[in-house]
Write a protein of this length. Structure first.
Length: 367
């Protein structure tokens, strides 16, 4: 990316959806690089509309007249900037041609793209797409979270036999318990964009009945998170890139997953379940049925969670990788100053390395 960079253009972040050539350029770079549905212009635009502060900028790195990298950047104070990173988007909001030196790109942003920028941070970078660079005199990386994924390239029987004995026995026990109690468990899959708003309403009602309501983090159809996910899923479903799953005990809704799908990968964005029936493990029952269906379809290669890897994830997969943050300082003395401030404050690294967002506990919560 950096070798081809000749100049930068700075525009309003909203141009990502308001200017058709910009939208097309963004989606073209996403397709050439990570090709993730939650980094499409429509998804990032929805996040900007609902969670943005209005201070975000669109940085366009050009080779001639062709964009080679596009970044939504936001100021974090004290001459620091970072990639736009609401918690609802798993990775930092930027796209670029595959490969390249991320540290060199961040340094180019500090010295060429943004006036008076002392440090720039790429947040929540996935090493699946960009190898983690080595620290040097002006840069450093820090771990964000370990995240898990499931390989769907083998048959479900082969996958299931590789899981621990406790998980397999517990799932069999839960299904036997349902049968003994005269309860029929069933999964429903939704693909129609017209069904997504109703799905969010039902999801919100279920989540708002649990602990997240007390913490103020529950999705509801009428709050910012609910509006974002309804818009995201509706627009993605119109492109055939969203699916949602509900699990019922007879006619009672007990668990919901919603996902984005592209190029053989299913990303499970959110999960909720009815906490009053957690002894039956409704979210686990749903996940098992979802995985069986994905294996049967034989068009998916992996499931991504993109949340912090919790103990329950390890029951379903032993595959993980570490997402990371990268901060590059304009001058070496700024890095030294930031390190000194960190030691004195004995605070989290984000406070002196570009204003990193807090790690999410998990995109999904299962029992």
């Amino acid at each position: 990316m950096t070798a081809a960079l000749e100049r930068w253009e700075i525009r309003a972040a909203s141009d990502i959806v308001r200017d058709l050539p910009v939208t097309q350029a963004w989606d073209g770079l996403n397709a050439e690089g990570a090709n993730l549905p939650f980094l499409d212009a429509r998804a990032v635009g929805a996040a900007l509309e609902i969670f943005g502060k209005g201070t975000e900028k669109l940085l366009i790195g050009l080779a001639g007249k062709q964009p080679v990298v596009m970044i939504i950047a936001c100021p974090t104070g004290h001459f620091r900037w970072r990639t736009f990173q609401p918690s609802q988007i798993p990775l930092g909001a930027w796209v670029g041609k595959a490969g390249g030196d991320l540290s060199a790109l961040a340094h180019a942003i500090c010295t060429q793209a943004l006036p008076y920028c002392g440090a720039f941070s790429f947040t929540q970078v996935d090493p699946l797409f960009l190898e983690r660079p080595e620290d040097d005199s002006t840069s450093r990386t820090v771990d964000y979270i370990d995240t898990g994924w499931i390989d769907l390239s083998v048959s479900f029987d082969e996958y299931w036999s590789s899981r621990g004995k406790n998980l397999r026995q517990n799932m069999r026990k839960q299904r036997n318990k349902l049968q003994a109690d005269g309860i029929t468990g069933r999964m429903i899959r939704y693909l129609d964009p017209k069904e997504m708003a109703g799905l969010i309403t039902r999801y919100g009602a279920l989540e708002s009945a649990g602990w997240k309501a007390d913490s103020g983090t529950a999705i509801r159809a009428d709050n910012a998170q609910g509006r974002f996910y309804a818009k995201l899923l509706t627009e993605a479903a119109a492109q055939g890139e969203a699916s949602a799953y509900e699990y019922y005990f007879d006619d009672r809704l007990v668990a919901v997953d919603f996902c984005l799908c592209r190029s053989g990968t299913i990303t499970i964005l959110k999960t909720t379940y009815d906490e009053s029936v957690h002894p039956y493990s409704p979210a686990f029952l749903l996940l098992q049925d979802v995985l069986e269906e994905m294996h049967r379809e034989q068009k998916w290669t992996r499931v991504e969670f993109y949340g912090r890897m919790m103990e329950w994830h390890t029951r379903w997969t032993d595959k993980k990788r570490t997402l990371y943050h990268l901060t590059v300082y304009r001058w070496p003395w700024l890095k030294k100053l930031a390190s000194l401030r960190k030691r004195r404050a004995s605070d989290v690294v984000g406070d002196c390395s570009g204003g990193f967002p807090e790690p999410a506990t998990s995109a999904t919560t299962h029992r």
